[in-house]
Design a protein around this ligand. Structure first.
Ligand code: PLP
Length: 394
């Protein structure tokens, strides 16, 4: 709508398409198909695939389109394509852009399912993958060659919260003609300007902060019209991982409060990180918003002064101590989602990253005592008291 609008205004109004009833709230179009006025109109729709004229919900739906337009406005991209989950988004990007013989370079600290897709699935189709330490720019320089089709990384990595320099990696990739794909979940669309910093394609699992209440799976791919309509849509509309209109409607509701929620969660995360950093039973606390973080300055610059909504704590005493802390928490829940209104604590070594061999875990800093904590919307003083009590009890 208006490109001059600031984020919060866009998050409330962008993409609205009212029906003949002029309803105030975004309608949910629970319809798989659309009726054409004439045979000629049906023919024309199939010829001109216009994202604002609908044919079939696997291709697009008015509720899903509202969600896509609102996220594209937030992200500052020309277009976006919504899909059934974050992994459908990652898979869609990789499958629609790559072919046998292509080479990609990825940061080694990745969401487990992304590693599976790249190493196991793409490998079967003849795509070669090189993994690098995402924080080591020389490693990127060595790995990216003229053959490299794309680079892929999480701007803030899971679960050890390494911050990757989007601008610097994009410069290296673009010099060799490679596309830059950023999985921006941990940074959130509120704090990150990945596109302005050089990302060509940004993917989100909307399951996380965008829904924000742990209700539904979703994903979205943001990029130029050329990439979204020319490469992504032709694959996605046939491959079938469409976002359902009901999910899109939930996600639109999430967007309305996204900015407020992420800022409140990040403010709490900073206060909690400060309160726990020097606790005698904390070996190491990782939070990009603290000066002790290895890439604090980069994080502040790249994430608009925020450290984000997640904290990692290496508890003294290894797995036993980490389990005791988890079991003693009364407010934060033991689970593996993130970006939820409810604070969530995860033990990556035995859950999300269990399948990794021990040497890989060590390489990625996934120690036996490591806990990943997603800060929610509860009162920060209640959370500090909860974590302190659990750590004190060791
Ligand atoms: C959750 C997550 C995904 C996968 O998203 P789903 O919605 O669970 O499919 C991908 N990347 C990151 C960084 C995630 O946190």
């Amino acid at each position: 709508m208006s490109t001059d609008w600031k984020t919060r205004t866009k998050l409330v109004h962008e993409g609205v398409r009212r029906s003949q009833f002029n309803e105030m709230s975004e309608a949910i179009f629970l319809t798989q198909g659309f009726v054409y006025d004439s045979a000629e109109q049906a023919e024309a729709r199939f010829i001109n695939s216009d994202p604002n004229e609908f044919i079939y919900a696997r291709y697009g739906n008015p509720t899903t389109r509202t969600f896509e337009e609102r996220v594209a406005a937030l992200e500052g991209t020309e277009d976006a394509f919504a899909c059934a989950s974050g992994m459908a988004a990652v898979n869609g990007v990789l499958t629609s852009l790559l072919k046998a013989g292509d080479h990609i370079v990825a940061a080694r600290a990745l969401f487990g399912s992304c590693i599976y897709l790249m190493s196991d699935v793409l490998g079967r189709y003849g795509v070669k993958v090189t993994y690098v330490d995402g924080t080591d720019l020389n490693a990127w320089r060595e790995a990216v060659t003229e053959e490299t089709k794309l680079v892929f990384f999480e701007s803030v990595s899971n679960p050890t919260l390494e911050v990757i320099d989007i601008r610097a990696v994009a410069e290296i990739a673009h010099a060799k003609g490679a596309l830059v794909v950023v999985d921006n979940v941990f940074a959130t669309p509120v704090f990150s300007d990945a596109v302005a910093q050089g990302a060509d394609i940004v993917v989100y699992s909307t399951t996380k902060h965008i829904d924000g209440q742990g209700r539904a799976l979703g994903g979205i791919i943001c990029s130029t019209s050329e990439i979204i309509r020319g490469k992504i849509e032709p694959y996605m509309k046939h491959a079938g991982a469409a976002m359902s209109p009901h999910t899109a409607w939930l996600m639109i509701g999430g967007l309305v409060t996204l900015d407020l929620r992420c800022r409140a969660m990040a403010d709490s995360a900073l206060a909690i990180a400060r309160a726990l950093e020097n606790h005698p039973n904390v070996e190491r606390l990782i939070y990009p918003g603290l000066e002790s973080h290895a890439q604090h300055a980069l994080s502040m610059e790249q994430m608009n002064g925020s450290g984000g909504t997640l904290i990692a704590i290496d508890v003294k005493g290894g797995k036993d101590a980490a389990f005791k802390v988890l079991n003693a928490l009364t407010i934060a829940k033991i689970s593996n989602n993130l970006g939820d209104a409810k604070s969530i604590a995860t033990h990556p070594a035995t859950t999300t990253h269990q399948r990794l061999p021990e040497d890989q875990k060590a390489l990625l800093g996934i120690t036996p005592g490591l806990l990943r904590i997603s800060i929610g919307l509860e009162d920060k003083d209640d959370l500090i008291a909860d974590f302190k009590a659990a750590l004190d009890a060791l």
